[in-house]
Design a protein around this ligand. Structure first.
Ligand code: ZN
Length: 195
């Protein structure tokens, strides 16, 4: 059982890589349900933007925001940027940052896997979601270099979850109407409790 974007729920477990100690970085606000822009479909990122200081800074800020949250993935949509890219780190030591720009899933295994997922945009809600166990994904890295990855298990689940965000989808969309309803009611209650 794995809590998804909240996998590193115990802050003592979070060891942050060196480059995250740059004081120039800042935390970005994360859109939370029911924010309507979580349903935006992100557009292809213009590759000319990748090398710009503003975009590189945004990636650093997204990693910082994800590590502090703490989460294992963050899609641009969640920080109110509607271009297709996301940052992920599913490593135990939080030292394997991955950037996916304009990601495309080419293949999915028939074999499925269930993970307990959560989402930084729906804090406090967790549910089992079934997705392809393995995927082949193609994307650009943070330097604009294309790469292809074949991955399975948690990383495959995380990539599918984050690409869903870029398509305006949330993990609760994968639940049965009954379970989704229950999750939304619980979320409403949690939100009221926080106000
Ligand atoms: Zn999410």
């Amino acid at each position: 059982m794995t809590c998804f974007e909240a996998a590193a729920a115990d802050p003592r477990r979070v060891r942050r890589p060196q480059f995250h100690q740059n004081p120039a970085m800042s935390l970005l606000p994360i859109l939370e349900l029911p924010h309507p822009r979580l349903r935006n479909v992100a557009g292809t990122l213009d590759a000319d933007r990748i090398a710009t200081p503003g975009f590189q800074r945004l990636l650093d800020d997204m990693f910082e925001t994800m590590y502090v949250a703490p989460g294992i993935g963050l899609a641009a949509t969640q920080v109110d940027v509607h271009d297709r890219f996301m940052v992920i780190d599913v490593s135990e030591n939080r030292d394997q940052p991955l950037v996916f720009i304009n990601p495309v899933i080419h293949r999915r295994t028939e074999q499925l896997r269930e993970h307990q997922e959560g989402c930084l945009s729906i804090p406090g809600i967790y549910a089992d979601v079934t997705r392809a166990d393995g995927i082949q994904v193609e994307a650009l890295d943070r330097h604009g270099k294309p790469f292809v990855l074949e991955v399975d298990d948690l990383l495959a689940t995380c990539i599918q979850h984050e690409i869903d965000h870029l398509d305006g989808k949330l993990f609760i969309d994968h639940l049965s109407p009954l379970k989704r309803d229950r999750a939304l009611k619980k979320y409403e209650k949690l939100r009221k409790g926080r106000d």
